[in-house]
Design a protein around this ligand. Structure first.
Ligand SMILES: [Zn+2]
Length: 315
C-alpha cells in the first residue's frame, strides 16, 4: 500500500493492515527527527484512508485520490505551525470548518504537523476532540518526540516511531530521486538515514556560503576572538533560509567534532566534549527561536556569545 515510501516497514505494515481490516484508530502519532519522513507518511496514509477504490488504495484515479493529490480534498486538513506555534484559534477554525462543510464518504483527516508546537490551550482543545471523537474523524499528529505533548494526548494515539533508513534503503531512495551515482556515497554518509535531509542536500548542492563562515566563527571563538561573530550574526540574519542552514551545519559540525574527540581523544576545535555538547544544545534552541521569527541578529549573537561562554567554562 505504501510501496513508494522506502523504509519504515513495520509502520507501513501496521497502517496498511488497519486500513484493510477497517480498524482505524481515531488518532495517530508519528515521531522521529526532522527529515525522517513523518509528513510523507502522514499524507500517504491520509490518501489511502480517503481513497474510495475497492482495490489497491490509494488508487490514484478516484475522485478522492485526485483531490488529495491536488491538495484540495475537503476532508483532509493540514495544520502547520505559524511563526513557530499552533494557536488555539487555528484549531478552532479547523473545527468550525468541519462542522460547516459536509464530508465525502470516507471520514475526515486532520494532519497536525510539528504538533508539539501547539500551545497548551490548543493541545487541550485537541484533547477534547480525542476524548469524544466524532465518528470517522482521524487525527494524525507528527512530532520530533512525544515528550512535548500532553501525556493524555499521547495515550489516546496509536504511536509509531519512525526509524532512520539504513544505507541500502538510502541508496534505493537516492536512486528513486535520480541522484547521480557519483554523489550517492557522500549523501548517504551526510544524510544519516534521513531522506528529508538527503533531499535538502540534493536541492542545495550542499554549498551554503554561510556554512564555512559559521565554522570559521566557531574557530575564532575557540581562540577567544569574538569580533567576527557580530558580522556573522548580521549576515545570517539577513538570509533567513541560509541562516537556518548554517545553524544546522554547525550542529553537524559539533557532532563530528564530538565524535572525533570521543574516539580519537581530541578534536580540531580543541575544546572539551562537554563544551561541544552544550554548544549543540544552544544551536538547537537557536533553531527554535529563529523559526519563531524573533530578531534573528540578536538571537544569533546571543547563541554565539553563549557558545563562547561554554568554551570558557568547560576548557
Ligand atoms: Zn483512490
Amino acid at each position: 500500500m505504501f510501496d513508494h515510501i522506502i523504509g519504515q516497514e513495520p509502520v507501513k505494515k501496521a497502517l496498511s493492515g488497519a486500513i484493510s481490516r477497517d480498524e482505524l484508530s481515531h488518532a495517530y502519532l508519528f515521531t522521529g527527527p526532522d527529515g525522517i519522513g513523518k509528513r510523507t507518511l502522514a499524507e500517504a496514509f491520509a490518501r489511502a484512508v480517503l481513497c474510495t477504490s475497492g482495490e489497491e488504495r490509494p488508487c490514484g484515479v478516484c475522485k478522492s485520490c485526485v483531490l488529495s493529490a491536488k491538495g484540495i480534498h475537503p476532508d483532509l486538513m493540514h495544520i502547520v505551525p505559524e511563526k513557530g506555534t499552533i494557536k488555539i484559534d487555528t484549531v478552532r477554525k479547523m473545527m468550525h470548518y468541519f462542522a460547516d462543510v459536509p464530508r465525502m464518504e470516507h471520514g475526515r483527516l486532520i494532519i497536525i504537523e510539528d504538533s508539539a508546537r501547539m500551545t497548551a490551550q490548543a493541545q487541550n482543545a485537541i484533547l477534547k476532540s480525542l476524548e469524544e471523537p466524532e465518528p470517522g474523524h482521524i487525527f494524525i499528529l507528527t512530532a520530533e518526540s512525544a515528550g512535548a505533548l500532553l501525556p493524555t494526548i499521547v495515550s489516546r494515539c496509536a504511536c509509531f516511531s519512525l526509524m532512520p533508513l539504513n544505507n541500502d534503503q538510502m541508496a534505493a531512495f537516492l536512486r528513486a530521486q535520480e541522484c547521480p551515482p557519483s554523489q550517492r556515497a557522500a549523501i548517504i554518509s551526510d544524510s544519516r538515514g534521513l531522506p528529508g535531509r538527503a533531499c535538502e542536500i540534493l536541492r542545495e548542492g550542499d554549498d551554503n556560503p554561510l556554512d564555512d563562515s559559521a565554522v570559521a566563527v566557531i574557530f575564532d571563538i575557540s581562540q577567544g576572538k569574538r569580533a567576527s561573530l557580530f558580522d556573522f550574526a548580521e549576515q545570517a540574519a539577513a538570509e533567513d533560509d541560509k541562516g537556518m542552514g548554517a545553524m544546522k551545519h554547525l550542529v553537524r559540525f559539533f557532532d563530528e567534532q564530538l565524535a572525533r574527540a570521543l574516539t580519537e581523544g581530541s578534536s580540531e576545535l580543541g575544546t572539551s566534549p562537554q563544551a561541544m555538547t552544550e554548544a549543540s544544545k544552544i544551536l538547537l534552541e537557536l533553531g527554535t527561536r529563529l523559526s519563531a521569527n524573533t530578531n534573528a541578529r540578536l538571537q544569533w549573537e546571543g547563541a554565539l556569545l553563549g557558545i563562547a561562554k561554554c568554551f570558557r567554562a568547560y576548557q
